[in-house]
Write a protein that binds this ligand. Structure first.
Ligand code: PLP
Length: 477
């Protein structure tokens, strides 16, 4: 006998009924969040949050929970990126159509490891990655999509190793005396990727940054020479576009020329800033990226899609196939051929989400202008905010913004600056009215905003500044 429960769980009319209600709830959420009628966050301590969810879990066999109510609770107790006072981490404020596409890809759930398990999604991945290669300025590039910048950086560095180190590390293990040079401000995942690859402390050389937190090219040269003298082989140099803490985009042209001269792999971590390729106004910041061997761009940061989906693009088509060469005979008829359509040959993932579809739907519906307008709007706004900070004597800017990330701090003669700014950020968070973060730059604590929401404007900035000043007044000297 067919299970009634299974029938119910897969019933199209139940899906439809839930779907309509869920869309109603989500569009109400969108409206309220965008109009700042919901706090950015209703912060609860971890133990209290756990307590709330524990009270209704595990379910007994007698209580039936209404999924709609659960949806509402989750919305209520989550951070609201669509509120213009959200200025925190670099996570996309999703375009609603891309979120709807999540429903489509979630229901279809094509596995993508092999072509047969996602024919449309595989073709769309090829079209979108090649489109991104063209935007970068690659003539004959090729790429993949993978689950996040962290994994994409690891995949790129593995490709670099496979290409640049003659001994086959994949099968024969790691040979010592190989190093990678990377800015001290690079995202921690680059360090992590290299440690996973067995580079260890000595294999990861951190290059000092200049006053604008960008890799210092003299230091790069110096460090390169030192390593050569020690007999080390420089496998790759990693540039950040931008580095996460400050949003500063490094001198990619300078690093690219250096890499060309020295015959090093040049990898650019453009997880956050890569979307600037869409902006004629700001794409000059990425000059030189077209000379990189590999580039990482997160769509779930500056390209309005839900997490997680990352472009990993290679200048040389065949490099895209460098990373993995292990056998998986049951999946592929021929292990060694470069079949674009079997994405599992090139990605960490076996089962993979139909990622490219979310970007594709935005691109096809709104055109690439959408990304241009978004980048321009966010980068312009951040420059306006920097201007407001500079006009105010209480505040100090870490450096002029390249992107939509800005670091600043409050200075007061009565307080030690690091603890003052840490305390400001904590108190601000507790109000739930704004969400900003903090970072430490060369030993100094800075408040840090990333202007991700297109609705954030001058008034939000002024209110944030007033709120900070108000909180400082309440602090005891
Ligand atoms: C966010 C970020 C990463 C990490 O990417 P995930 O998608 O969060 O894994 C890596 N590098 C830079 C520069 C970033 O901004």
């Amino acid at each position: 006998m067919k299970s009634k429960l299974l029938e119910k769980a897969f019933d199209p009319s139940e899906f439809k009924q839930n779907g309509y209600q869920i869309i109603d709830i989500l569009s109400d959420y969108l409206q309220e969040a965008q109009q700042n009628e919901l706090p950015v966050t209703k912060h609860h301590k971890p133990e209290n949050e756990l307590g709330f969810w524990n009270r209704t879990f595990p379910i007994d066999n007698y209580t039936i929970y209404d999924p709609i109510k659960i949806f509402k609770s989750i919305i209520d107790r989550s951070i609201h990126l669509h509120n213009p006072n959200y200025m925190g981490h670099q996570v996309a404020v999703t375009a609603p159509l891309a979120a709807l596409t999540n429903v489509l890809t979630g229901l279809l759930n094509n596995g993508m490891a092999i072509y047969e398990m996602g024919e449309a999604a595989s073709a769309i991945e090829k079209i979108t990655t090649e489109f991104m290669c063209k935007k970068l300025g690659y003539q004959e590039g090729s790429g993949i999509m993978t689950s996040g910048g962290t994994l994409a950086n690891l995949t790129a560095l593995l490709a670099a190793r496979s290409k640049m180190i003659e001994k086959d590390v994949w099968t024969k293990g790691h040979q010592p005396k190989h190093v990678v040079l990377v800015s001290e401000e690079a995202h921690y995942c680059v360090d992590r990727a290299l440690r996973i690859m067995g580079f260890g402390d000595d294999g990861i050389v951190k290059i000092k940054t200049d006053d604008h937190f960008k890799m210092d090219l003299d230091e790069l040269n110096l460090s390169y020479q030192e390593n050569v003298e020690e007999g080390n082989h420089i496998m790759a140099i990693v540039g950040s576009a931008p580095s996460t803490s400050t949003g500063a985009i490094e001198n990619l042209n300078g690093i690219a020329s250096f890499c060309q001269e020295k015959n090093c792999w040049f990898h650019v971590d453009a997880a956050h800033g890569g979307a600037a390729i869409f902006s004629p106004k700001y794409n000059h910041l990425l000059n030189g990226v077209e000379k990189a061997d590999s580039v990482v761009i997160d769509a779930h940061k500056m390209m309005l899609t839900p997490g997680i989906m990352t472009f990993l693009l290679f200048r040389n088509k065949s490099d895209s196939y460098q990373t993995f060469s292990q056998k998986a005979q049951y999946l592929w008829a021929d292990d060694h051929s470069e079949e674009w359509y079997n994405y599992g040959k090139r990605t960490f993932e076996c089962t993979k989400e139909m990622m490219a579809v979310k970007f594709y739907i935005l691109l096809q519906t709104y055109g690439e202008k959408l990304f241009e307008k978004y980048v321009d709007n966010q980068f312009d706004l951040t420059r306006e905010f920097a201007h407001i900070i500079k006009e105010n004597d209480h505040f100090e800017l870490a450096t002029e913004p390249d992107t939509n990330i800005l670091c600043f701090r409050y200075l007061s003669p009565n307080h030690e600056p690091n603890s003052l700014n840490t305390s400001i950020r904590q108190k601000l968070f507790n109000t739930g009215e704004f969400y900003i973060v903090q970072t430490k730059l060369k030993g100094k604590v800075f408040l840090r905003v990333t202007i991700m929401n297109h609705l954030t404007n001058k008034t939000n900035f002024q209110k944030l500044i007033s709120k900070i000043e108000e909180l400082v007044l309440l602090l005891k000297d």
